[in-house]
Design a protein around this ligand. Structure first.
Ligand SMILES: Cc1cc2nc3c(=O)[nH]c(=O)nc-3n(C[C@H](O)[C@H](O)[C@H](O)COP(=O)(O)O)c2cc1C
Length: 207
């Protein structure tokens, strides 16, 4: 799908280098087109067996943002942002709809075989273990989301500092879902901190 709704996009290098956590945003709504464009990119995140366990709950309603801010121990970036995305994994939904994830190019026999294999693999895990497994994949989508937001001219801050049970209750999400992050985002209205990162020598081995 080729939708061009954002006038200027950053290169991947520009987006990654310019991204900082931003905690103050302009009071300007994000258009539905721009929101859609961001999630059209995030939708392309890869996952093991293509299971795509990530789900996104986008909150723009002010009263709901106030409740989320309370659940996030008062962190003010939540109501400052025009949009707040809850990024979460729902593996039980994936398991209940396994035929959806099997590639349509496979023969019907191969598709059935895939579904049976996946079913038996995940049947050997508890709901909690499946939730944790789904979270490993959903974190990949979180990385794509932060990069897409930045690349399309917005800024964000990923957050895990919130009461997860309270947020499930506020958004009426099932008990089994696992959050990768709460992500307030919008147009940047303050500077972030300078990047402070390990040098390559510490984190990369070349052999
Ligand atoms: C998973 C995750 C959870 C985070 N939780 C919070 C949070 O609850 N509140 C906050 O202000 N920043 C939070 N941060 C932001 C980090 O502090 C920030 O990403 C880190 O210090 C690096 O700075 P930078 O994002 O500006 O490069 C979180 C970041 C990540 C990736």
């Amino acid at each position: 799908m080729d939708i061009q709704t954002v006038e200027k996009t950053l290169s991947v290098k520009e987006a990654i280098e310019s991204r900082h956590s931003i905690r103050k945003f302009e009071q300007e709504d994000i258009s539905k087109e721009n929101l859609t464009e961001i999630f059209e990119l995030v939708r392309l995140t890869p996952s093991a067996w293509n299971l795509q366990p990530w789900r996104f709950y986008v909150v723009t309603d002010h009263q709901l943002k106030e409740k989320l801010q309370d659940a996030a121990y008062g962190q003010k970036q939540v109501t400052s942002a025009p949009a707040v995305v809850l990024v979460y994994s729902d593996m039980e939904d994936v398991i209940a709809n396994l035929p959806e994830v099997v590639h349509p190019g496979l023969s019907p026999e191969r598709q059935q075989e895939e579904v049976a294999n996946l079913s038996s693999f995940f049947a050997g895990m508890s709901i909690e273990e499946r939730g944790q497994w789904g979270l490993t994949q959903t974190n990949i989508a979180l990385g794509f989301l932060l990069t897409a937001i930045q690349g399309l001219g917005y800024a964000s801050v990923p957050m895990l500092g919130f009461d997860h049970e309270k947020v499930k209750e506020i958004l009426s999400l099932p008990e089994h879902v696992k959050f990768a992050a709460m992500v307030p985002f919008g147009r940047q209205a303050a500077e972030g901190y300078e990047h402070h990162r390990f040098p390559l020598e510490k984190i990369v081995t070349f052999h």
